[in-house]
Design a protein around this ligand. Structure first.
Ligand code: CTP
Length: 405
């Protein structure tokens, strides 16, 4: 219920993506929002107000000449109630109208009438790729952003017209998550954050390997929370089956050495490094190029192991090191082991938890351990904990300024 208590005006304008707008309305309701739909005349060519009313439980507003409103000022009433206005889909024509500040139909009228300092305007373009690429549309899209709107997308891919390119509306769940992010405090605005997550996979031969039980959920939640807080986030992920959080750039790797080689060149240009990955401490010294066959009477193969590089310690030792946050998954003496790790790896913060009770779960509880003391974050879902962690870092560990080049 991430949008509980929020009143959202959802505007639909006339494009094929109106069918996704209807799905979005449902997702926003499921997330706890009160959704007031406003449709332009063209949107009503694609889907009916009846459908949107059924999905949201509220009559759809379609005209500024609504005499059922006691003051006959639908545009004022709708925009004063709203915590945000979300236009999805937004056509090229609607974006042009917004850029000009036109007020001759209800949706553009209430966008202009909104109290901008407390009611954000988010716009999800949806159109053919040539229409999106047209200089007029690009100019208008820039203008609406300069005027304070947030543009969501568009995405690239196959289009209703059969062409392939930029202009697809984002998926309803991506738009929902962007709206949730919009309401989070921007405590890491302008910061660059690098995060490792998930397990690593160390090959034995082309079909076998050594890995661990890390699901990556905590690291992905932290990546999402950092992006919601306004940071530019790069997530280096081991093999996990998790969707990339909204607004996060993701690099997939497999082994500890691949993770090390991806992270080290990126680290100096980041303000903050959060190492959540469960990196394998050892790898097989000489993985076989061919599948190791079972031969009767020869017994089990003996695998010689060698140590993997410590990614976190290597980043913390860089001359241009970002603020470094490590994780410690322990089974006993959690605080003592974590404090030892803080000093040994020369970190600013260690996030400690009880390893076996967190792997793969959606909930966790954490201890935040730094030179000044220990802060306990009580049991909660991983996204809630991630948001608290991000707030704690922003407050207690101001990021070092990255080099200007
Ligand atoms: N880490 C890393 N590279 C490694 C190993 C660990 O970046 N090769 C990071 C992890 O992402 C985590 C922290 O270091 O942030 C964990 O430290 P580590 O010493 O590996 O702790 P554990 O393996 O959990 O425990 P221990 O060493 O105490 O057995």
């Amino acid at each position: 219920m991430e949008l509980a208590g929020k009143h959202i005006v959802l505007g639909l304008t006339g494009g094929v993506a109106c069918y996704k707008g209807a799905e979005l309305a449902r997702e926003l309701v499921k997330a706890g929002a009160t959704v007031q739909v406003v449709m332009t005349a063209s949107a009503q060519q694609f889907v009916t107000p009846l459908l949107l009313q059924s999905l949201t439980g509220r009559p759809v507003a379609t005209t500024q000449w609504d005499t059922t409103q006691p003051n006959a000022m639908a545009h004022i009433n709708l925009s004063r109630e709203a915590d945000a206005i979300l236009v999805a889909p937004a056509t090229a024509d609607f974006i042009a109208r917004l850029a000009q500040g036109r007020c001759d139909e209800l949706l553009s009228l209430l966008c202009v009438a909104r109290p901008a300092e407390r009611c954000g305007l988010l716009v999800a373009p949806a159109m053919n790729r040539e229409m999106w690429a047209h200089p007029a549309t690009q100019r208008n899209a820039q203008q609406v952003q300069q005027d304070g709107a947030v543009l969501l997308g568009p995405a690239s891919g196959s289009q209703a017209c059969g062409e392939i390119g930029d202009g697809r509306m984002l998926e309803p769940l991506e738009i929902r998550d962007a709206l949730i992010a919009h309401f989070q405090p921007k405590v890491l605005k302008g910061r660059r954050v690098l995060i490792t997550a998930g397990p690593t996979f160390e090959a034995i031969d082309p079909v076998r390997g050594i890995t661990n039980r890390s699901s990556g959920k905590m690291g992905f939640a932290i990546a999402r929370a950092a992006a919601e807080a306004g940071a530019q986030v790069t997530l280096v992920a081991g093999p996990v089956h998790l969707p990339t959080p909204w607004g996060v750039t993701r690099l997939d790797v497999e082994s500890a050495r691949q993770m090390h080689d991806a992270v080290l060149p990126l680290a100096p240009s980041h303000d903050l490094f959060i190492a959540t990955a469960a990196v394998a401490d050892w790898r097989v010294q000489a993985p076989s190029d061919a599948k190791i066959k079972k031969v009767a009477g020869q017994g089990a193969p003996v695998l010689a192991m060698t140590e993997n590089p410590d990614i976190l310690a290597a980043v913390a030792a860089l001359p241009q090191a970002p603020t470094c946050v490590g994780f410690a998954a322990e089974t006993h003496d959690i605080e003592r082991h974590a404090r030892e790790k803080l000093q040994r790896k020369r970190l600013q913060l260690v996030v400690a938890n009880h390893g076996p009770s967190t792997f793969g779960r959606d909930e966790n509880e954490l201890l935040l351990i730094d030179a000044k003391g220990t802060t306990a974050l009580p049991a909660a879902d991983k996204l809630t904990l991630a948001r608290h962690l991000v707030a704690h870092i922003a407050q207690h560990h101001p990021c070092r300024t990255p080099p200007s080049n």
